[in-house]
Write a protein that binds this ligand. Structure first.
Ligand SMILES: Nc1ncnc2c1ncn2[C@@H]1O[C@H](COP(=O)(O)OP(=O)(O)O)[C@@H](O)[C@H]1O
Ligand SMILES: [Mg+2]
Length: 268
């Protein structure tokens, strides 16, 4: 290191200045693309095929929702990436953000959320202003402003009407919802869809929470299409020798913490 470099080093690390806490950084969304690891792409293709099998023979639009027991298990990541994966088959795909309390799809996709699902469910009729085309091969309806009564809105007739109308235009409708063991919004939707996909983050949610979620879904007569094990810590051999629909990104060596989710549990 040259003398000049050294002086910069000392300036930055001035012992008289208190150390600054590193800025908390919001990680970039993990969107499926051609640079994604092979195993990740394959895992999504497998999930896509299995969702189709699980829904079974059905003509017309297939509608399913993604949920989990608690927050931050990877629902939104899964929903967006499944929309991409289904879009890759040239199907017409609509992704709806029905997590109106903690909407995030607009952030994942870098689009505005001024108008969205909450507006439609409260009587706004201009669907063409609400549905946005994305460059990822699917259309998207963001959540819109947080309403005071999300569960009631999802339960009411306008939500049925909306899904019926949309099903005339799309091959797949994928709905991102809040965690089922935390709030009941998702349960309001189960009878309006063809099935439910449950995301489980490995070593994150606990057994009782998952059990609570599954029994709530069963009680609501949900058709559980399957489970996605997300952020699996399994080694590479998992994909070769034991086929699981799990995936894990490992771009940054050393990332393993859940610092980002510190204040994520509060859903009310
Ligand atoms: N497989 C994964 N590997 C690493 N980070 C992930 C993975 N899945 C999700 N994440 C990250 O975890 C956080 C929460 O994920 P998200 O999909 O928003 O969860 P949820 O919608 O269930 O609350 C986000 O920062 C997301 O990028
Ligand atoms: Mg989410």
């Amino acid at each position: 290191m040259s003398r000049k470099d050294n002086s910069i080093y000392e300036q930055v690390n001035n012992p008289n200045e208190p150390a600054k806490a590193p800025k908390r950084q919001r990680r970039k969304p993990l969107l499926l693309n051609e640079m994604s690891p092979f195993a990740v792409k394959e895992a999504y293709k497998a999930v896509r095929a299995n969702i189709n099998f699980a829904i079974g023979a059905k003509t017309g639009c297939k509608t399913f929702l993604i949920t989990s027991s608690v927050a931050a298990e990877g629902k939104t990541t899964t929903a967006v990436n499944l929309a991409i994966a289904f879009g890759q088959t040239n199907a017409k795909v609509l992704l709806i953000d029905a997590d109106m309390r903690k909407s995030s799809i607009h952030r994942y996709l870098g689009i505005k959320n001024t108008l969205g699902l909450s507006n439609v469910l409260s009587g706004y009729t201009q669907l063409n202003e609400i549905i946005k085309k994305t460059p990822h091969g699917f259309d998207c309806m963001t959540a819109g402003p947080t309403p005071p009564n999300p569960a009631e809105l999802l339960l009411a007739q306008p939500c049925d009407d909306l899904l019926n109308t949309l099903s005339q235009y799309y091959d797949y409708i994928i709905i991102d919802t809040p965690p089922v063991a935390v709030v009941s919004d998702c349960l309001a939707l189960v009878e309006k869809v063809d099935g439910v996909v449950i995301t489980i983050r490995e070593y994150y949610s606990v057994h009782e929470q998952l059990e609570k979620a599954i029994s709530a879904l069963k009680f609501a007569d949900a058709k559980i299409l399957g489970f996605i094990l997300n952020d699996s810590k399994g080694n590479g051999r998992t994909y070769k020798y034991r086929y699981r629909y799990s995936y894990r990104y490992n771009y940054k060596k050393g990332y393993s913490g859940y610092d980002y989710y510190d204040n994520y549990g509060d859903y009310t």
